[in-house]
Write a protein that binds this ligand. Structure first.
Ligand SMILES: [Zn+2]
Length: 339
């Protein structure tokens, strides 16, 4: 049996309550948590799940945003898609590998990616994989049959689209769709396809929020992407507070690596600053995407030890609220450990 012991201030349970503890890990699972006085400056946090990425477009990193959203990212001829087509496969693999390493170094041990480029596209992402970082891959153009599921760019209500979703579901695949990013036009069509995951929901109305909550369809919000790409300039869009109050399952994602760094700390700090969301709610959004893999990631006995070890020395000496300081004060990102 493999046993490890970690000591420090851990963010425990469903409320991520900070406590000084010793955590015993046996065979990759937390077997014991004991409160204790500790001299360690470690802060121990559950690792994050980035619920929406497009990591292949790392190859267009920090391209200038000088045209409308549709001309930048819409398939088949948006700038991003032209770039992806022009990039040789080995460079795509190397770019995706680099981004997975960056995500891991900033605390992410799982992500859900929309992978373009059909079956080959999915294959290239699998080549770039790091076994310690879990992937949920939503393919398209045939790639869905080699992936976890089908990722639709946006619903237009066509018969072809309905048929693609039906075939993917018949093959046991999950279905995710961007909806309500730039406006409300594609939202009804998206709901009618019975998605397992909705991305963005930036312009969801009260009724849409109610529907997502009642049907228990999780929503991956990507606030920095929405601001950068001009989908919003309003701290009530996406309506994060209303979604949480309605009982929606909300996950956090960073969207296109081309424009947004896939750093969950940065996304969380933005959500905290602009949307005034409570840190415990943010931590739930940062970790609940693991449910796409049928997993729960909390610091609790029985949970997997997918943990992040941070240097909490400086905030630890002064903070009145460690959960807030987690996103405002941590500068040393420490190391992500999965035991
Ligand atoms: Zn997206």
């Amino acid at each position: 049996m493999q046993e490890e012991i970690l000591e420090g201030m851990a963010f425990i349970g469903e409320e991520f309550t900070p406590r000084n503890v010793e955590i015993v890990i046996e065979n990759g699972r937390i077997s014991e948590i004991t409160e204790c006085k500790t001299g360690s400056a470690n802060w121990i946090v559950p690792a994050f799940f980035n619920a929406h990425t497009h990591i292949a477009d790392t190859v267009g990193m920090d391209t200038k945003i000088d045209r409308p959203l549709s001309e930048l990212v819409a398939p088949p001829n948006g700038l991003k898609h032209r770039l992806l087509r022009e990039t040789p496969p080995d460079r795509l693999v190397s770019a995706m590998r680099d981004t997975i390493a960056f995500m891991k170094a900033t605390g992410t041990l799982g992500f859900a990616d929309f992978r373009e480029g059909g079956t080959l596209g999915v294959d290239l992402l699998n080549q770039a994989a790091d076994p310690s970082v879990a992937m949920v891959i939503f393919g398209r153009d045939g790639g869905e049959f080699a992936a976890t599921g089908f990722g639709l760019s946006s619903a237009k209500g066509t018969a072809g689209e309905e048929e693609s979703v039906r075939l993917a579901k018949a093959a046991g695949k999950r279905f995710a769709v961007h909806a309500g990013e730039a406006g409300v036009r594609d939202i009804e069509a998206a709901f009618s396809l019975e998605p397992d995951l909705i991305i963005h929901a930036t312009h969801f109305t009260k009724e849409h929020i109610r529907e997502a909550a009642d049907r228990d369809i999780p929503i991956a919000i990507c606030p920095r992407s929405n601001w950068l790409l001009g989908a919003t300039d309003d701290a009530r869009r996406p309506p994060v507070r209303e979604m949480l109050d309605a009982g929606c399952r909300v996950f956090l994602g960073t969207d296109n690596v081309m424009f947004v760094s896939p750093d969950m700390f940065a996304e969380a700090a933005f959500l905290q600053t602009v949307y005034k969301i409570d840190s415990a709610d943010i931590l739930r959004m940062m970790t609940d995407g693991f449910s796409l893999l049928g997993r729960r990631n909390r610091i609790e006995v029985g949970c997997p030890a997918d943990l992040l070890l941070l240097d909490g020395g400086y905030p630890g000496r002064w903070t009145k609220d460690p959960r807030t300081s987690l996103f405002t004060r941590i500068i040393s990102r420490g190391n992500t450990i999965s035991l």
